[in-house]
Design a protein around this ligand. Structure first.
Ligand SMILES: [Zn+2]
Length: 261
């Protein structure tokens, strides 16, 4: 399984807007907003695009003409005179202009489209794979088939994970996945005698360590592990990273009760 070798690099997509990763935009935007923004972009509804050090401005042609500004530092900071924009809510027009700033009007390539599978689709695919990781209650003669099912589930999950962009949102998704697997191992009756699921958990933890190196913001999602007791202490390397990163306070006033050695 090639987890760490195939991590997509958000920064490598384009140099037009290095501060905004396409993946960050996608994974921080709900699916309908993203879809509408992409449609505006692909249908050439953005005109008068201008950029300077402060940010990007453009006119977006939707139901009306909207005047949109997006900060160069944060794609979700800016303004738009539409209904949502006036309420300081990230609207499809701002997302469309952020997209334009990154891609300069070029169509998204296949790889980028692949990257932007809907978060819902990713979650659904993960749930599908999880069904292979089921409790064992059959007779001993089907034990090998059962172990094969666990392998099948883990392989499917690995493929899904290898296509995810590195971001705080995907980190959270993966941590939740690991906690669900942990639950299956400790309480769900999964017989992991071959260590398939355990091995998969370790590999994913390793991938998450890489995530943290590539984007330190990812460690924020590690706080979900703070109050858990897991089946074999797999979370320890990740908690260690949050302890090493003073910017991430996960225990509040830390009393050192988390394995402080
Ligand atoms: Zn708007």
């Amino acid at each position: 399984m090639n987890l760490s070798g195939s991590l997509p690099r958000p920064g490598g997509l384009t140099t037009a807007m290095p501060a905004h990763g396409l993946d960050k935009i996608k994974f921080a935007t709900d699916a309908p907003t993203w879809g509408r923004a992409l449609a505006l972009y692909e249908n050439g509804k953005i005109t008068n695009f201008k950029s300077d050090k402060v940010g990007y401005s453009a006119t977006v042609h939707g139901g009306h003409q909207y005047h949109v500004f997006v900060s160069a530092h944060r794609y979700d900071e800016g303004s738009c005179n539409c209904y949502l924009g006036q309420k300081d809510t990230l609207c499809k027009h701002m997302v469309a202009v952020a997209l334009y700033a990154m891609k300069g009007g070029d169509p998204l390539n296949d790889k980028e489209k692949q990257l932007f599978k809907d978060v819902k689709a990713v979650t659904a695919a993960m749930s599908g794979a999880m069904r292979y990781i089921k409790p064992y209650n059959g007779p001993s003669r089907i034990w090998f088939a059962y172990q094969g099912s666990l392998r099948q589930g883990c392989n499917r999950l690995s493929v899904i994970i290898s296509e995810l962009p590195v971001s705080e949102q995907t980190t959270e998704l993966l941590i939740k996945l690991l906690l669900r697997l942990d639950d299956k191992l400790s309480r769900g009756g999964v017989d992991d005698s071959d260590g398939t699921v355990g091995g998969f958990i370790e590999e994913t933890v390793h991938a998450l360590e890489q995530y943290a190196k590539l984007d330190p913001a990812c460690t924020k999602a590690f706080r979900l592990l703070g109050d858990r007791e897991t089946c074999f202490g797999w979370e320890e390397p990740l908690l260690k990273l949050t302890r090493n990163n003073p910017k991430t306070t996960i225990f509040g006033a830390s009393d050192g009760s988390y394995g402080g050695r």
